[in-house]
Design a protein around this ligand. Sequence first.
Ligand code: SF4
Length: 294
Amino acid sequence: MNEELLVDEQEFSWSLSRESLFTFCPRAYFYHYYGSVGGFEQFSNVEELYQLKKLQSLDLWINSICSEVLRDFFYEKPENFNIHRVAKRYFNQGARSLSMREWRDDPQRLNLFESYYGLTEINELIEHGAELLNKSIESLIESGLIDYLQGIPYLNRKNLSFPVSSHIGKIKVWFAPVLVWQEDGLLKFLTLNNGSSNKIKARYSAALHKIYAFNDLRTDPERVVTLNFDLTTGETIALPDEEINLSELIDHVKDNTEEMLSLSSDHDKLVENNFSKNTNNCSKCKFQKYCKRT
Ligand code: SF4
């Protein structure tokens, strides 16, 4: 794929996951954000790249089920909500689709990295996923988080359109808290991690919430708290305000955006070869099948 693709700098949007992929490997970043564009259309010549872009790891899938279940529970307030049953329903839908390899006809369907690349048999992966989900749901219950959330008055729950976006200067920034609510004069954001929490990312994520609250909700950043729940340990951590530096995040987003955009050859064009390959990460990369041929 050596033709030039156009990039609109005005439309550029930044997120922590975008930055992570760029750090992981600039070439993988190119495939994900540019090379696979349009790959969902029939007869597209980048269908394979799009299929690879949609691959996700087992951990990420389980994390996303937990997020969906919590949002259903918190915002939809259904009668007799049974968290185990709802989680199982989401899980079974995905597992059925994965077993039938529905992703072959529809790349939007679940496809897991571990089975696609033959690291784990599908049945074994599904079994492992079921255990992981069960443990995660137990953590949510045993930690007391579910009871605590149940006590938040319905009118204090802020049902935003997830993921959420805001702006830093002209740069659009995206982030995905699981839940948001008001309590005791504070605005609280809940995020989930599955044992892979990174301190710097946690700080940036908490700073993004403060910037969003200030820009879009007219809320004093000092009244914003981010709670980060670990699905593997059942612990919730809230970073102290001294560790959350808004100026640091703003500078970081601007520098990182400039670095990503500097790889366009002529400020509005992108060429695959400008994005270097980081061959240290190939065994963990979802694009390895395509990349090894190029
Ligand atoms: S296979 Fe390796 S070089 Fe290619 S995109 Fe992935 S990490 Fe980068």
